[in-house]
Ligand binder design. Structure first.
Ligand code: FE2
Ligand code: FE2
Length: 176
């Protein structure tokens, strides 16, 4: 295992989603850099960040899929929830004093790219169609999906905005 490297085939063509995925990769790489650090407070902060950001991304993605009327939303949510449970168990072991940083890094890095290439790529056409408006052709949908900014999503996903502001997630999720 080494640093994860982003490759073009991972792009969904939805700019905000691709940006969030790349941010998760940065967090996973930060964990890799520090996984042998004996200072547990450094590791604790990194583990907190990677788990918290990933959960925020899942909440954003699920809200977008729901808004888009994606037919496999329930299944996608289950996959996210199972993964969060798995990661939370490992995080719990870290909190209990175990050395889990290497194991956590391996699981995160293996899971993320395979999830993006499989489940996340399955929703991209539906979401792009939704973002561009019904009846838009593929090229128009692609252009729109690339052009949307954080503020557009705050407008498009008002419910998410409310939910995430409570937890202080939205600002961090969209911070550049
Ligand atoms: Fe996903
Ligand atoms: Fe995702």
């Amino acid at each position: 295992m080494s640093h994860l490297v982003w490759t073009a085939d991972l792009n969904t063509g939805i700019a905000e989603i691709d940006r969030q995925h790349q941010r998760i990769v940065e967090y996973i790489n930060a964990l890799y850099d520090q996984k042998d650090n004996p200072d547990r407070s450094v590791l604790a902060a990194i583990i907190h960040n990677v788990v918290d950001y990933t959960e925020s991304h899942f909440a954003f993605e699920e809200a977008l899929l729901e808004q888009s009327g994606y037919e496999f939303l329930d299944l996608h949510k289950k996959v996210h929830a199972l993964f969060i449970r798995r990661v939370s168990l490992i995080k719990g072991r870290f909190d209990g004093g175990e050395d889990v940083a290497g194991e956590l890094h391996d699981i995160l890095s293996r899971w993320l790219f395979s999830h993006i290439r499989a489940e996340d790529h399955n929703y991209k056409e539906r979401v792009k169609g939704y973002l561009a408006g019904r009846g838009a052709d593929a090229a128009a949908a692609q252009t729109k999906a690339q052009a949307l900014q954080a503020s557009d999503y705050e407008r498009l996903l008002p419910e998410l905005n409310q939910r995430m502001q409570k937890k202080g997630w939205l600002a961090r999720l969209f911070s550049r």
